[in-house]
Design a protein around this ligand. Structure first.
Ligand SMILES: [Fe+2]
Length: 166
């Protein structure tokens, strides 16, 4: 989301932080309340109680297709365009020999997207439609997300060290 903010945001550090926070917390209620009735509604209530701004809560609500909250701003569109894709890129990294993001490129991601048996829970249409709504070429968007994740590969445990120790 920070990488997307640099490309689609207003260019300020404050804006980049905002996009980063939205990406970081958008699923915070999911582990406890994963059902369609609860997520992201429970999280939204908690954030509201704690005084989180509308801009954050609205973006989080909009990432759920079924919430009825439309994705209007670039940040809202980016959240949806990155959500499933980030998970999918992670899945592609994990099947590489070194289990690292350094081994992943846009071509390998596109190839795996055509493999219906691979990472079945990831909705390919969400990835394709998300990029289209953001107004970006799909390969370009995949490449941006890969590079962004590569930048924090260590924090994600996808820098290759897992393969060596495992
Ligand atoms: Fe979610």
């Amino acid at each position: 989301m920070r990488a997307c903010a640099k490309k689609f945001g207003d260019g300020s550090a404050e804006d980049e932080n905002l996009w980063g926070i939205v990406g970081l917390i958008h699923d915070f209620d999911y582990e406890r309340w994963p059902s369609l009735e609860d997520h992201p509604y429970r999280g939204n209530e908690i954030l509201k109680e704690r005084g989180w701004p509308e801009v954050v809560r609205r973006a989080i609500m909009s990432h759920a297709e079924y919430s009825g909250v439309t994705r209007d701003t670039p940040m809202e569109k980016a959240l949806f365009a990155c959500d499933e894709l980030a998970g999918f890129i992670t899945a592609v990294a994990l099947i590489k020999p070194g289990k690292s993001l350094a081994e992943v490129d846009a071509k390998s991601v596109r190839k795996r997207m055509k493999d219906k048996a691979f990472a079945r829970k990831v909705n390919r249409d969400d990835i394709v439609n998300g990029a289209a709504a953001l107004g970006v070429d799909l390969d370009e968007h995949i490449a941006l997300c890969i590079v962004a994740l590569q930048g924090i590969a260590g924090e994600l445990g996808l820098d290759g060290s897992a393969a060596k120790t495992g």
